[in-house]
Design a protein around this ligand. Structure first.
Ligand SMILES: Cc1cc2nc3c(=O)[nH]c(=O)nc-3n(C[C@H](O)[C@H](O)[C@H](O)COP(=O)(O)O)c2cc1C
Length: 196
C-alpha cells in the first residue's frame, strides 16, 4: 500500500472507532442470521423494543473475516465491534439454529473472539463482569441441547455472567420477549446474574 493509502486507512479506522464509541449502548445485541428480517431478527427486535439505551448490531452489515492465525484481518470491522461490546454492560447474542448449531455469521464472530485472548487481551479482560444472554429461533419446539453451551461457555471463559437463552420456535408468537427483556434490564442495572 502507498503512504497515502496507509494514511487513508488509518483515518478510516479512527473515524470508525469514534463512530462506534458515539454509538455505544449499555445493552448491545449482536444478530447473526442469513435473513435480516427473519424469525431471529423479529424476536431480537421484540426483546430490544422496550429496552432503553440498547442497540442491535447486524453482523451482515459488517465485514468480519474468519479467524486468521497471522492476524491479517486486524483492520476489518471486528475490533470496532469488540470496542462497542466493551463499552456496553450487557451483550445479547441472537442466532437461528442452523444445522443444530449457531449461524455461520455468528461462528465467524465467535472465532474472532480469539483475537481478544491474543493480540487484544486488554479488550478480552474488559469483558469480565458483563452479562451475556442469547436469543435463538429454530424450526423444532426445543433447541438442540448442544446449542446454548458454546455461547454460555465462551461467556464464562471471558468471566462474563451467563444470563440464559430465550428460544422461539418459527411461526410462534413471541409472548416471552417482554419477560426476557425485563430479565436483561434487571441484569444490566442490578446485575443479579453476576451475583449468582
Ligand atoms: C440453513 C438452515 C438450517 C436449519 N437447521 C435447523 C436445525 O438444525 N434445527 C432446527 O430446529 N431448525 C433449523 N432450521 C430452521 C430455522 O432454525 C428456523 O426457521 C429459524 O427460525 C430461522 O431463523 P432466521 O429467520 O433468522 O433465519 C434451519 C434453517 C436453515 C435455513
Amino acid at each position: 500500500m502507498s503512504d497515502g493509502g496507509e494514511l487513508a486507512e488509518v483515518l478510516r479506522r479512527i473515524f470508525e472507532r469514534r463512530r462506534a464509541k458515539a454509538a455505544s449502548s449499555e445493552i448491545l445485541g449482536v444478530l447473526g442470521s442469513s435473513n435480516n428480517d427473519g424469525n431471529t431478527a423479529a424476536l431480537a427486535r421484540a426483546v430490544f423494543a422496550p429496552l432503553p439505551n440498547s442497540a442491535l448490531v447486524n453482523l451482515n452489515d459488517l465485514a468480519i473475516a474468519p479467524y486468521d492465525y497471522l492476524n491479517r484481518h486486524d483492520n476489518d470491522d471486528f475490533l470496532s465491534l469488540a470496542e462497542q461490546i466493551v463499552a456496553a454492560k450487557t451483550i445479547v447474542f441472537a442466532s437461528p439454529v442452523y444445522w443444530y448449531s449457531m449461524s455461520a455469521q455468528m461462528k465467524i464472530f465467535f472465532d474472532r473472539l480469539t483475537d481478544l485472548t491474543r493480540t487484544h487481551k486488554d479488550l478480552g479482560k474488559a469483558l469480565a463482569g458483563k452479562s451475556a444472554f442469547l436469543i435463538a429461533t429454530g424450526g423444532s419446539p426445543e433447541p438442540p441441547a448442544s446449542f446454548e453451551p458454546p455461547f454460555a461457555e465462551t461467556a464464562r471463559y471471558f468471566n462474563m455472567c451467563w444470563g440464559g437463552m430465550l428460544y422461539g420456535q418459527e411461526g410462534e408468537t413471541m409472548p416471552a420477549a417482554e419477560g426476557f427483556a425485563k430479565r436483561i434490564d434487571r441484569s444490566t442495572y442490578e446485575n443479579p446474574a453476576c451475583a449468582a
